[in-house]
Write a protein that binds this ligand. Structure first.
Ligand code: DAH
Length: 339
């Protein structure tokens, strides 16, 4: 009985001193394990008289119960303390400012293409597409650019083989569209073009154009002028004026170039318009009958107009970009300015 008292006393003292899970486990083995002094006592019960056995057995079990209860309490408080420690260590300060990730911006050429597309789509145009690797037929022959046309010279064109090239313009989409769709046709076609040019401030071997094509019955030059004037007023400013100068393209007859009154100075003359008050924006004209024929259309029944503009040129004028190469370098300090 004295031994039991000593065991209990020692167990209480030791439990009080425990601060870690490892110490707790050590305690469990020592006081509640198979080789603990308490187990030893229970094992010797057989050698006692029945009365003693009853008394000592009861006390020993009582002591074991108490140690178990105290041990469980200790364990629970250890766990709670550990949890709190963890919560403190991993605490998140929700008032601390976050790390900002900078958002990307659309490329100025993309912005320009989307803006121009939006204007024509609002006038009922659809987007047409054609391949960048094109045949000589669609890029030249079908567009009425005869075998001696200067643009066919190998210095201007990237040829892949005798009949395959990188398209030098988006105009081949005109013929592909005429072959694929029935009039009335109203399409624009933005895309990449390639010419064998040495890069400088205004030239790049890869650039973008937007082609336009309208074909139907009774389409006239007045439709062309009205449409492109409306576009200029939407895109540049509602006060923009347009003027059409005679020009030559093999695939249109008559052909013209359209100028817009300078959106910087309003027409008085400045650096952007080089003092003239006007800025050349696009080429256009009435679709040549030979092009309609290449598209298998009845030239007695149908007429149409077409136009083509350089996206880089328009974006440079609009954003005051002085070197075309800036568009392709993808320097974030340049791109980020168009957010
Ligand atoms: N394809 C011409 C070029 O690259 C631009 C052009 C002019 C397109 C007149 C047209 C047009 O559709 O009618 O210079």
């Amino acid at each position: 009985m004295q031994q039991l008292d000593n065991i209990l006393k020692e167990a209480r003292e030791r439990l009080d001193a425990i601060t870690t899970a490892a110490e707790a486990e050590e305690f469990r083995i020592r006081f509640l394990g198979k080789k603990s002094p308490l187990t030893e006592i229970l094992r010797t019960l057989g050698s006692l008289s029945p009365e003693e056995r009853k008394e000592v057995g009861m006390q020993a079990n009582k002591a074991r119960k108490e140690i178990e209860t105290l041990f469980e309490e200790k364990n629970a408080s250890l766990k709670a303390a550990q949890k709190q420690l963890l919560a403190q260590k991993e605490r998140i300060d929700v008032t601390e400012p976050g790390v900002r990730h900078s958002l990307g911006a659309r490329h100025p050429l993309t912005v320009t293409i989307q803006e121009i597309s939006r204007i024509f789509m609002s006038m009922g145009y659809q987007i047409a597409e054609g391949p960048e690797v094109e045949t000589v037929f669609y890029n030249f022959d079908a567009l009425n650019a005869g075998p001696n046309h200067p643009a066919r010279d190998w210095t201007d064109t990237f040829y892949i083989s005798d009949d395959i090239l990188l398209r030098t313009q988006t105009s081949p989409v005109q013929v592909r569209t005429l072959q694929a769709q029935e009039p009335p046709i109203r399409v624009i076609s933005p895309g990449r073009c390639f010419r064998c040019d040495t890069p400088d401030a205004t030239h790049s071997p890869m650039f973008h154009q937007i082609e336009g094509l309208v074909v139907g019955e009774g389409i006239t030059m007045a439709d062309l002028k009205g449409t492109l004037d409306t576009f200029a007023k939407e895109f540049f400013s509602k006060d923009a004026k347009t003027k059409f100068r005679p020009h030559h393209f093999p695939f249109t007859e008559p052909s013209a170039e359209m100028d817009v009154s300078c959106f910087k100075c309003g027409g008085k003359g400045c650096r952007v318009c080089k003092g003239s008050g006007w800025i050349e924006i696009l080429g256009c004209g009435m679709v040549h009958p030979n092009v309609l024929k290449a598209g298998n259309l009845d030239t007695e029944k149908y007429t149409g107009f077409a136009f083509g503009m350089g996206v880089e040129r328009i974006a440079m004028l609009r954003y005051g970009v002085e070197d075309i190469r800036l568009f392709y370098e993808n320097d974030m300090r340049f791109i980020d300015q168009f957010k």
